[in-house]
Every structure is written in structure tokens, then in C-alpha cells.
Ligand binder design. Structure first.
Ligand code: PLP
Length: 404
């Protein structure tokens, strides 16, 4: 008789964004005339930059000719893309990362969710609270946690590292001695970013505790302030203790095209074994490579004009972030983020819970955001807005909130 992986039953309710989606659809059905503005889900809205579109067309044409047709891509990614990433994202920024430490994939979500597979089920994980929910959920599915405590909104056996207004939304080093530490900077949902000296302390901690840091840098391209590291490998010793995830989704609008990569340094060894080799084995077994066409598009992101075009796009989104932050502050809200990340993190008024505020904004202003409690217990009484909307809608949404 087939049985199920009962760890899945520990997961409470449905995924955050599907709950948000259901509520919004219900509201729209009941109020057909309402012009609802979505500043909730972190999906981009700007079209793919022209330089990347040209590369896509060229690669499509190559696929139509026998002499340039490509079948299966190499499991770990085409050399042209891995070399370009190693040079432009790392070596040009003083980080010694080589092409064979880069694993190209169809995005960071899969990589962040799958990486836990190569670690023992007895590893204790630590996560920022609040944070992108994939880290905890993927470990729940793998049986690395106890049951869900609905009152505390926490899984047993997970080290939650509170990120609060008091600590500037930056976690403190854990006392519990976890084995796998997920760090996400710039952070989704709080928008907080760590300075290099602060991140160095985490690297030193991981090296001395023989822990592994799983560093999600999906929003690296949004960093504006000097002194904020774009890669964990800017810190000394990080190649011995850290894996880094990157994504083309928010950097270049690839949420629909799908492309990302993970860096697993050769120096990273656990129990004397190369973690890089294990990840290569896993990737080779379960993954047949990102499409050639998309990898060529990824390469175009690094060209001179590609870089200019995507930088302009990111600045444009960050213009929205400024409008949201300033507008909310004027309306008297307590706001953070939006400086090194496309996310604005606001305190809900009074004692309102995150979901109460969600309903209030949807009903009174027809604006959709994301309830902070969906990202972890310390996200309660907070709310996330994103800078990915179009300009007109962003301005309209903020003026509606101001009018409340
Ligand atoms: N990591 C973080 C922190 C994210 O917020 C997201 C997307 O929202 C991802 C990873 C997923 O990125 P991708 O689209 O490359 O799968």
C-alpha cells in the first residue's frame, strides 16, 4: 500500500499568496466595479529589456537551424553563462568564485527549497523571523522539524531568529547552535540589509560552529547603500561555510523566463566531504539544465547595454519604493525597507493584526498588500508592500491609503 509523506500534513493552511489571491478574487466577485490595486505579490511588471529580447530572438533562430540546434543543456549550466557570472558577479567585485562553483538553474526558489536535501535530516535549521517562507516549509516537508504550534505560529525544532524594530530587523547570533542558517539579504519581507562588518560576524560564527550559511541574495541588484555586501563571499572565510543563491527574476524581470544560480564553493566541506560535489550529484540526477534560449538571455543581462537597461529598470522600481515609503510616512505610518530592497515594511496601525489590516485596506482602499504574519510570527502587526507595481497604480494606491 502506498503511503504519504506525512510531514506535509504539518504545514498549516495553504501557501500565503494563495490565501491572499482567494480573498482578493472573492472581493472582486462581490464588488465587480472595484478597481483593486495589487501591491502584494512580489512579481515584476516591466517588460524584458530590449538587449535581452534580442538575445532571445537570436537563440530561438539558432534552435531552428540544424548546425546550431541544441538539445539537452549541460546539467550544471552552459560554460558561457557560468564563466560570465563568475567574472561579472564575483571576480569583478573581488570575490574568488570560479565557473565550476556555479550551478545554473531555473530559479532560486527551487534551489533554496532543494538545497536541504544534501544535508542530514538531523540538522537543526535557523531562520530569520519573518522571512521568505520557502526555507521553513521545505525543511518541514523533509521531516527536519517537529509539529506546528498554532498558538506560537512556529514549528518545533526550528530556531527562529526574531527581526524586530528593536534590532533594526537584523537577527542576533543564535544561542542554540543551529547547523544550517538561512540568511536572506536584502531581506524579503522587511527590506533590511546587513553591512559587511555585520555579515562578517555571521561568517565567523558559522566557521567556528561548523555551521553552513544558506545565503539568499535574490535582491542583490537592489542594493543602493555603500558598505552593504552584494555577495557573502565579500566576507573573509565565507567560502568555507556559505552557499549563495541568486536569481534573475527581480534583477532582470525573469520571473516568467526562469533563471537563477547557486554558488557552492569548493572549500565548503562538511564531515570532510565536498558539499559542492554532493550538490553536483544531486543536480545531475534530478535536473536536466535550464533551457539554452534562457541561458543566452541570462548572458545578455551582463552585456554593457543589458546592464544599463536592467539598472534603469531597477532604479525605476526603486522610484516606486520611494513614493510608497514617503507617502506612508506622510500618512503617519511607521515604515522601513525600500532603500536596498523593493519591499516596504510597515507597522499596522494600533493593535490591528496583519490580516485585519489586509482586510481593512482591501475593503476601504481596494489596495492589496501582504500580511506580515505570513512570513513568520514576528511579522505579526506588520504589512508588506512591493515596489513592483506600475507608477500610476502605485501613486493611486498611496493616495488612497493617505485618504483613509
Ligand atoms: N528568494 C527570495 C528571498 C525571494 O523573495 C524569491 C522570490 O520571490 C525567490 C528566492 C525566488 O526566486 P526565483 O524567481 O528565482 O525562483
Amino acid at each position: 500500500m502506498a503511503t504519504l509523506n506525512h510531514n506535509y500534513e504539518k504545514l498549516p493552511g495553504s501557501y500565503l499568496f494563495s490565501t491572499v489571491g482567494k480573498k482578493v478574487r472573492k472581493y472582486e466577485t462581490e464588488h465587480p466595479g472595484a478597481k483593486v490595486i495589487r501591491l502584494g505579490i512580489g512579481d515584476v511588471t516591466q517588460p524584458i529589456a530590449p538587449e535581452i529580447i534580442t538575445a532571445l530572438h537570436k537563440a530561438v533562430d539558432e534552435m531552428g537551424r540544424e548546425e546550431s540546434f541544441r538539445g539537452y543543456a549541460p546539467d550544471l549550466g552552459y560554460g558561457f553563462l557560468r564563466e560570465t557570472i563568475a567574472e561579472k558577479d564575483y571576480r569583478d567585485h573581488g570575490c574568488k568564485v570560479s565557473a565550476d562553483e556555479i550551478f545554473v538553474s531555473d530559479g532560486a526558489k527551487g534551489d533554496c527549497g532543494n538545497i536541504q536535501e544534501i544535508f542530514g535530516t538531523d540538522n537543526v535549521i535557523a531562520v530569520q523571523d519573518p522571512v521568505y517562507p520557502v526555507y521553513v516549509d521545505s525543511n518541514v516537508m523533509a521531516g527536519r522539524t517537529g509539529k506546528y504550534d498554532a498558538v506560537r505560529q512556529m514549528f518545533e525544532g526550528v530556531v527562529y531568529m526574531p527581526c524586530t524594530r528593536e534590532n533594526g530587523f537584523l537577527p542576533e547570533l543564535p544561542k542554540e547552535d543551529p547547523d544550517l542558517i538561512y540568511l536572506c539579504f536584502p531581506n524579503n519581507p522587511t527590506g533590511a540589509a546587513m553591512k559587511k562588518e555585520q555579515l562578517q560576524k555571521w561568517v565567523d560564527y558559522a566557521v567556528s560552529h561548523k555551521a553552513v550559511i544558506l545565503f539568499d541574495a535574490a535582491y542583490e541588484a537592489y542594493i543602493r547603500e555603500p558598505g552593504v555586501p552584494h555577495s557573502i563571499y565579500e566576507c573573509e572565510g565565507a567560502k568555507e561555510c556559505a552557499i549563495e543563491f541568486r536569481s534573475f527574476s527581480k534583477t532582470a524581470g525573469f520571473t516568467g523566463l526562469r533563471l537563477g544560480f547557486t554558488v557552492v564553493p569548493k572549500e565548503l566541506r562538511t564531515e570532510g566531504v565536498s558539499v559542492r560535489d554532493l550538490w553536483a550529484r544531486r543536480h545531475g540526477t534530478k535536473y536536466n539544465g535550464a533551457p539554452y534560449i534562457i541561458q543566452r538571455a541570462g548572458e545578455a543581462v551582463y552585456s554593457e547595454s543589458g546592464q544599463k537597461q536592467i539598472r534603469d529598470q531597477i532604479s525605476w522600481y526603486m522610484g516606486n519604493a520611494g513614493i510608497i515609503s514617503e507617502g506612508l510616512k506622510k500618512a503617519g505610518y511607521e515604515v522601513s525597507g525600500g532603500v536596498n530592497a523593493p519591499y516596504i515594511w510597515m507597522k499596522t496601525p494600533g493593535d490591528m493584526t496583519s490580516w485585519e489590516f489586509f482586510d481593512y485596506l482591501l475593503e476601504k482602499a481596494n489596495v492589496v498588500g501582504t500580511p506580515g504574519s505570513g512570513f513568520g510570527p514576528h511579522g505579526e502587526h506588520y504589512f508588506r508592500l512591493t515596489a513592483f507595481g506600475n507608477r500610476e497604480n502605485t501613486i493611486e494606491a498611496i493616495s488612497r491609503i493617505q485618504a483613509l
